[in-house]
Design a protein around this ligand. Sequence first.
Ligand SMILES: [Zn+2]
Length: 401
Amino acid sequence: MTLKKAISGTNLEQAKSHNRRVVIEAIRTNGALSRAAIARLTALSSQTISNIVEELEEAGLLRPEATLKGARGQPAVPYSINPDGGYSIGLQLDHQLAVGVVSDLSGTMRARIERNVDRPTPAEAMPLLAAICDDLIANCRLDRKKLLGIGMAMPGPFGVEGMTSVGPTALPGWQGFPVADELERLTGIAVTVENDATAAAIGERLYGVARNLGSFVYLFIGTGLGAGLFLDGHLYKGSRHNAGEIGHIIVRPGGLACGCGKRGCLERYVSLRAAYDKLDLPDPDHASPALLEELLADGDSRFEAWLAEAVEPLRQAIDILEMALDPETVVLGGFMPLPVIEALAGRLEPLHLSVSSTSARTTPRVLVGAAGKDTSVLGAAALPIFSETNPQFDVLQKPVA
Ligand SMILES: [Zn+2]
C-alpha cells in the first residue's frame, strides 16, 4: 500500500485539536491505519497517538478493525473512521443556487438538496438555508446529538469597508450580516462560514487532485474569482478571513471598471461575470454557466474572444501566486463549467517563468480540479471537522454517543 503523505502533527498540548484533525484526516485519506502507521505519517509521538486514538474511539469516531499479524512484535490493530460516528451539514450559497448536503464522518455524501435562488438578500436566504438543514436532518433521520456542525460556503470578501458592497459579483446586502450567528439561532446548530474558494480548497484536498498535496492554491472561478490557500498543511485565511481575494488585484492598470471601485481587476477578465459581460448578454444576472458550455461547444466567436482575452490575466495571477507562495500546484475549479476550465487551462502554456518552473517538479504547475461541482459544498461540510479556527472545534473532543 502506498501511503498518502499526511500533514505533520505537533506534540504541543495546546495543539491537541490540531492533532485530532491530523489523525482523522490521515485515516480518512489512507483508509484504516495502525497507531504505528499514524505515527509515521503524522510525525506525532506514539504516546500522543495512543491518547488521541483512545479518545476518538471512546467518542465513537474511530473504530478498531480486525487485527493485522505483523512480521514481528505485537500484532497491530488498524483503526478506521466510523462513518456513523458523526455527521455534518454543508451549505453553499451563490447568486443562483443554494445547495445543502449531509456528509458522514468518512466524507460520504448522504443527502443533497438544491434550491434555485436569485441573488438573495439575508432576509430571503436565511429561512431557506434553515429549511434546507431541517429537510436534510429529516430525510437522513439524523440523530442531532451526532451532528458536528454546519459549514457554509459563500462568496467573499467579508466586511471590507468601501469595497464590493455593491459589485455585481458580490451578493447584495450581506456586508456585515452575522451569517453564522443568525443561522445558528435558526437551526440550533454550530455554524462555521468560509468563503467559497477556501471551502473548495478543503474539498479538493479531501476528495480531488490535491489529496497528496501539502501546499496548493485553489483558484475558484465563480461569478467572481477567489483563491483558497492551503499552505504547509494548513488553510491560510488571513487576519480578517480575506486571504486569497485575488479577484480584485489589478492585472490591467486603467482597465475595465470593477464593482469594487478599482479598474482592471482580475475578475473583470476571468470569471463567469466577465464572460457574460464580454458576450453582451441582455440580462447577465440571469445567465447560466451552462450557456457558456454551449457557446464553447459551438465554437462561438465572441466566446472564443473572451477565452483569448482571459488567458493572459489568468497567467499573471498564477505567476503572482507562484512567486508569492511557492505552492506545489495551482488548481483551477469553481462554477465555471469543466469544459470551459479545461479550455482555459489548455491555452495557458507557455506559463510565465517563475519559481515553479523547475524540471524537478512532479506535479504540473496547473491542475484542473477533480472533485466536481460539489467541491465547495463538500468542503463546507468538512469545515466543522477540519477548520482549526472553528470555535466549536472541540466537537471532536466531546463524546457524541
Ligand atoms: Zn475589483
